[in-house]
Design a binder for this molecule. Structure first.
Ligand SMILES: [Zn+2]
Length: 206
């Protein structure tokens, strides 16, 4: 079954002459991955703020703000991991905004977002992450200067991804694997990142 599906995909790729994108690094993955790296740079996210978003359960466990294998969460998570390893910007260090730590390009987050990310409450942090991602996705979407038809294609790609992510979340919950695969969502039924990609706010603090 798998090999026939692969053959079909290969035929389609050959027929259209398009360069093959190996799954899961498809266009949607690339959009969200680059939107995250770009947005984090533009906002001047500090290392402490990235680390806060990349918070792990008990310090070493699963990521608290992402759903494992969710097609919307994973590119964002990997974009943040890539941003976290950004260079010192050889020759430009003195021009960086934050002189005291690893340089960033942007001016930094608003006081409100900084406080929300620093919160001890999962729902408050998820709300801040939803706001950040909404901005980063919008930013890249604007840059692509899409026609209304192209915009609809992207909206559907994100909606489909969110559906998959939500299905995974509910499966993890019913299978009892939530603690290992999405520990931050024991009290939440929606994903802050998936909601941002589909222009939905996050349901608020808990
Ligand atoms: Zn998600």
């Amino acid at each position: 079954m798998k090999s026939s599906l692969f053959a079909l995909l290969l035929t389609l790729v050959c027929a259209t002459g398009a360069a093959p994108l190996s799954p899961p690094f498809d266009e949607r993955f690339q959009f969200l991955y680059f939107a995250t790296i770009e947005g984090a740079h533009a906002d001047g996210l500090t290392d402490a703020e990235v680390d806060r978003i990349l918070l792990r359960n008990g310090g070493k466990g699963a990521f608290m703000h992402f759903i494992y294998a969710c097609p919307i969460c994973m590119p964002v998570l990997n974009g943040l991991l890539a941003y976290r390893t950004r260079p010192e910007f050889f020759g430009f260090k003195k021009m960086a905004t934050h002189q005291s730590e690893h340089p960033t390009m942007g001016e930094g987050l608003s006081k409100e977002l900084r406080e929300e990310l620093a919160s001890d409450r999962q729902g408050v942090r998820l709300k801040a992450i939803n706001a950040l991602l909404t901005r980063w996705v919008d930013r890249r979407m604007e840059m692509l200067n899409l026609s209304p038809e192209q915009r609809k294609v992207w909206d559907k790609r994100f909606e489909d991804g969110r559906k998959e992510g939500m299905l995974m979340l509910e499966n993890f919950r019913s299978q009892g694997s939530l603690k290992d695969l999405a520990p931050g969502f024991v009290d939440f039924k929606e994903c802050a990142v998936c909601n941002a990609a589909t222009k939905r706010s996050f349901m608020g603090p808990k």
